[in-house]
Write a protein that binds this ligand. Structure first.
Ligand SMILES: [Fe+2]
Length: 361
């Protein structure tokens, strides 16, 4: 694994250097003086980028290092829970040192945008690299990886093809067999918000009610815990984010690897709307002191060189499948994703939260 990562990091630097040089030479003429070829830091901003992030993946550390090598811009990281970071940006106001808020889930980025904590970024490179459904139409945030909310099932007790859709999870034939974390989880809230957007609140409320009536146990733990519970025969099907399965497959913990070996995965709704996806993404802070460095970092994250790092390390999907380097993803095969524009999640949260609260999930 380590050798593999080193190889990827070296490749990233090689490809990234070429890309960086290409992007700093091409495109519209810049009002700023030409940048020196390799270090490329605009004179107007000191070579610093302050990130507020709650991601904690090995892929991110590799990418920070590679970006600094390419640009000379030092990255300073403030880590905390996502909601804490948002409150902190809000509380610090114009004194906030954050240049970029990096987090997971479009719903959270919509919330930061609606609180007035982000500023729009104009970047033809970002618009070209990132599909419209994965970025904010007002350019306040941009997705740089994709995660699918999939169904894992116990191979010993469920046959392939027996469960194919989110709707199945609410069917009484799965009574007492469904594992899922609590409705407090943003992952579930975003799924419900997407359903409200696609199918309306009534149908969604009926689904949530059916799902909660099928639970094998009171919601407990995170997504990994649901996979562990499948292996312990505590339930037969579980709703989880795809990258947890990849991380468990490569885990240092033998129990996680053993649990992974006992499950298979289904991308729900392949004959319908497609599987619900979400993003890791980022937006430039309203009072960023280094907005240009932040834009360049976003462009770097969306570049092919950086995109290839995510599937190999955090097991997230790249924004364009052609950059997927994960053998596990290849084994799972391509899947159809719901094309709902993720900026729509924000407006459907209130309805989603009301449905979840009424169900006691
Ligand atoms: Fe997660």
């Amino acid at each position: 694994m380590r050798t593999n990562l080193n190889r990827i990091a070296r490749r990233l630097l090689a490809v990234g250097s070429a890309l960086f040089l290409a992007s700093s030479c091409g495109g519209k003429p810049s009002p700023k003086p030409a940048e020196p070829a390799a270090s490329g830091t605009p004179a107007a901003e000191e070579p610093v980028l302050n990130l507020y992030t709650h991601r904690h993946y090995e892929s991110d550390d590799q990418l920070f290092e590679a970006f600094t090598k390419l640009t000379g811009i030092a990255i300073q990281v403030t880590s905390a829970g996502a909601d804490q970071l948002i409150s902190r940006i809000k509380g610090e106001g114009p004194d906030c040192p954050a240049d970029l808020l990096v987090t997971v889930d479009a719903g959270r980025l919509c919330r930061a945008r609606d609180l007035g904590l982000l500023q729009p970024v104009e970047s033809p490179a970002l618009d070209a690299a990132i599909p419209a459904a994965l970025r904010d139409p007002g350019h306040f945030w941009f997705g740089f990886t994709v995660r699918a909310r999939v169904i894992a099932y116990a191979k010993a007790r469920v046959q392939p093809g027996q469960i194919t859709s989110y709707a199945d999870l609410a069917d009484p034939k799965w009574k007492g067999r469904v594992l899922v974390r609590s409705g407090d989880s943003l992952y579930n809230q975003s799924l419900v918000a997407a359903m409200v957007a696609n199918e309306g609140p009534e149908k969604t409320a009926a689904w949530v009610q059916g799902l909660t009536q099928n639970l094998a146990r009171k919601p407990l733990g995170g997504d990994r815990d649901q996979v562990m519970a499948l292996a312990q025969n505590l339930g037969d099907v579980a709703l989880v984010n795809s990258y947890y399965l990849g991380q468990m497959a490569q885990s240092k913990d033998p129990a996680e690897r053993a649990a992974f070996a006992q499950v298979a995965l289904v991308f729900p709704d392949q004959n319908g709307r497609g599987t619900h996806i979400n993003i890791s993404g980022a937006g430039v802070a309203k009072y960023a002191k280094h907005p240009d460095n932040a834009r360049r970092f976003l462009e770097f994250l969306a570049s092919p060189a950086a995109q290839q790092v995510f599937p190999a390390t955090s097991f997230e999907y790249p924004i364009d499948p052609q950059f997927d380097t994960s053998p596990l993803h290849r084994e799972w095969g391509p899947y159809r994703a719901d094309t709902l524009n993720l900026s729509k999640l924000g407006e459907h949260y209130p309805a989603a939260m009301a449905i979840i609260e009424a169900s006691g999930w």
